[in-house]
Each structure stands twice: as C-alpha cells, then as structure tokens.
Design a protein around this ligand. Sequence first.
Ligand SMILES: Nc1ncnc2c1ncn2[C@@H]1O[C@H](COP(=O)(O)OP(=O)(O)OP(=O)(O)O)[C@@H](O)[C@H]1O
Ligand SMILES: O=C(O)C1=C[C@@H](O)[C@@H](O)[C@H](O)C1
Ligand SMILES: [Mg+2]
Length: 167
Amino acid sequence: MTLVLIGFMGAGKTTVGNVLANKTATKQIDLDQCIVDKIGMPISEYFDEHGEEAFRELETTMLKNFLNTSGILSPGGGVILKEENQALLKEQATVVYLQTDLDELLRRIDQDTTNYRPLLHNKTIEEVKDIFLPRIPIYEEIADHIIDTTNKTPEEIADVILELVGD
Ligand SMILES: Nc1ncnc2c1ncn2[C@@H]1O[C@H](COP(=O)(O)OP(=O)(O)OP(=O)(O)O)[C@@H](O)[C@H]1O
Ligand SMILES: O=C(O)C1=C[C@@H](O)[C@@H](O)[C@H](O)C1
Ligand SMILES: [Mg+2]
C-alpha cells in the first residue's frame, strides 16, 4: 500500500518524504511537483490564472494517478479538502499525519526560500488560522498514524515512521 504523508504547508511532507525514500531505497512522489511538471508553470501562477477550484480538480486527478504507485507520496497540504480525496486516502493508503504547532509552521515557511505558497501570501496570522484550524480535524480523521514533528528533525521523524509502518 502507498504511504502518504499529510499535513499543513511546512509540516515537512516533501522533506521527510525525501529522507524516507533515501532510507528505504524507494522513490518519493511529490504531488505538487508532478502538478508543476504537468501544467508547466508554478502553482502560484496556476492559482492566479485559473483559481483554486481548478487547481483542486487537477490535484484530485493527479492523486488518483499516483495513489497506487508503490513508494512514498507527498501531496500538497490541501489535498484533504475534497471529500472524494478523503475517501481515497482512507481506503487506499497508509496515511501518516505530520502534525506541527502553528508557530513552528510559520517559522519554517518564513525561512523556506525555495517554495512560494500562494494561499499564505500576504495573510495575517488570523487569516492563516482560518485556513489551518478547520483542517486539523480532517487530518486527524484520515490519519492512520499521527506524529508531532514540532521538535523533531526530518531524520528523527523518518525513523519514527519506519518504526510505525515497518520498512
Ligand atoms: N522537522 C523539521 N524541522 C525543521 N525544519 C523543517 C522540518 N521539516 C521541514 N522543514 C523545513 O520546512 C520547510 C517546509 O518543508 P516542506 O517543503 O518539506 O513542507 P511541506 O509539508 O512539503 O509543505 P507544502 O505543503 O507547502 O508542500 C523547508 O524549508 C524544510 O527544510
Ligand atoms: O495547503 C494547501 O492548500 C496548498 C499546499 C501546497 O503544497 C500547494 O499544493 C498549494 O499551494 C496549496
Ligand atoms: Mg511539499
């Protein structure tokens, strides 16, 4: 079964997925990257040109394409918003939720110069909370395992995951 890492932007899905892939000699599929390769533009540009709803449709199509590929799948943080995706993840994957305190997420996102996250651009803390808080129960509901990543390195998180799901 595919191992899927879920969590908010900055939770470390891509980073931990890479560490895990190296440790287990499997491949990591970063769904955001697959989408970028397909659309030929950054996600932020796609949001500007086509809107979030169009992005979500595309994200669902790509999730279906890659869900049954063996390895580690790291989707974008909003993949859990669609009920269709929630059902797919619950039924067809082992799901690990990378849980992180909001302060730590904001610190990581602030320091991350390689990724631009359109949903968080120019948002106040209160506006970020409006996106973050309603997602928490969905992440928790879908997860087979929950790991608090706040004070752990990606290496430590990968080791916890391997203990939980075996390698
Ligand atoms: N456990 C950690 N401790 C400290 N920094 C971390 C940790 N995990 C990830 N980071 C850093 O936080 C930033 C965001 O990580 P990453 O891109 O892996 O998050 P993501 O969950 O894939 O986000 P998105 O949903 O936007 O794709 C990166 O700069 C990464 O180096
Ligand atoms: O959490 C989200 O809604 C998103 C997270 C990113 O990984 C991208 O998938 C996109 O910017 C949306
Ligand atoms: Mg990512």
